[in-house]
Design a binder for this molecule. Structure first.
Ligand code: 13P
Length: 303
């Protein structure tokens, strides 16, 4: 199956009460680690890259690699551009073949956020590309976007409803108390707020800052309507720590196949745990037939 828009899979997840994990990858090896983990547990998955990774690896190579993985493992897979503030980069990624983009205008006032989001919605209106926007401000550091604790702001439920009505954005990331990066204590998640937002909008909601949230809290967020969970820091740290470990134990073992395969195993294990936690393990076939019936039929004819 080639890359698909994430909208139908996330709608299906929200409707059925489970979540889909979007993993930030920083290299092609990390991309394959996540894809292989998803394939082994038959899960739909979203691969995402920040603007920094787009600049580092190039959008065309990222799309080609993700498409190759999606076809090889034959699972529903979307490729998402995370936290982008620049319309030119959004257009560049869509042209290259990204199937989902985030316009992050959360640092602007409400009206400007609506206007910038609408510009992206106009671009994607006739093509199969998901759009994600953010309301409130998620704290922490993601690539070059830094939001201090004092500037972090939770989303206002009535504004979430109005925002969706005035933009038609298919997925919304409301800030609800999580933050990017590893927490010093437990995150202060506002479950009541998630419940209120979810009662006002049917669209799939996105949980940013998915690293190191206690398992029970993740489950509760998903039950309340968060259909996509973003995980970046934990995956990046686990992958890099495995390489660090390799060199601290065997400093003269310089074969990249050795240390990269260790890193891959660690990343796969973590990705498997996260996907199992949100309940999407074993859902790939169901998603194919329910969310992508036309593509499923075309793929079946090809075999
Ligand atoms: P973490 O780095 O906390 O996992 O957050 C990921 C994220 O929300 C990316 O948008």
């Amino acid at each position: 199956m080639t890359l698909v828009s994430s909208t139908p899979m996330l709608q299906e997840a929200r409707k059925s009460g489970y979540g889909i994990v979007a993993f930030n990858v920083h290299s092609f090896d990390m991309l394959y680690s996540v894809a292989e983990a998803a394939a082994e547990i038959d899960a739909p998955v979203i691969i995402q890259t920040t603007v920094g990774t787009v600049q580092n690896l190039g959008p065309d190579s990222i799309v080609k690699t993700a498409n190759a993985a999606s076809e090889k493992y034959d699972i529903p897979m979307a490729l998402h551009l995370d936290h982008c503030t620049d319309l030119d980069v959004i257009i560049q990624c869509i042209r290259a073949g990204y199937t989902s983009v985030m316009i992050d205008a959360s640092m602007h006032p409400f009206e400007e956020n609506i206007s910038l989001t609408n510009q992206v919605i106009n671009i994607t209106k006739y093509i199969d590309v998901n759009v994600e926007a953010e309301l409130g401000k998620v704290g922490g550091v993601e690539d070059n976007i830094v939001v201090s604790n004092k500037d972090a702001e939770k989303a206002v439920p009535s504004e979430c409803k109005e925002f969706i009505e005035r933009t038609g954005v298919p997925t919304l990331a409301p800030a609800i108390g999580t933050a990017h990066g590893i927490y010093s204590g437990d995150p202060d998640i506002d479950f009541k707020r998630i419940e209120e937002i979810a009662s006002l909008v049917d669209e799939p909601l996105v949980l940013h800052g998915g690293s190191a949230i206690p398992e029970e809290d993740v489950k509760q967020c998903i039950t309340l309507g968060m259909a996509k969970m973003n995980v970046s820091t934990e995956l990046k740290n686990a992958y890099s720590e495995a390489i660090k470990d390799h060199f601290s134990q065997t400093p003269d073992s310089l074969d990249p196949r050795k240390y990269l395969s260790k890193a891959k195993e660690v990343a796969k294990k973590l990705a498997t745990e996260k996907m199992t936690l949100v309940g999407c393990a074993g859902k790939a076939q169901e998603i194919k037939t329910q969310a992508y019936p036309n593509q499923y039929k075309i793929d079946s004819l090809r075999v």
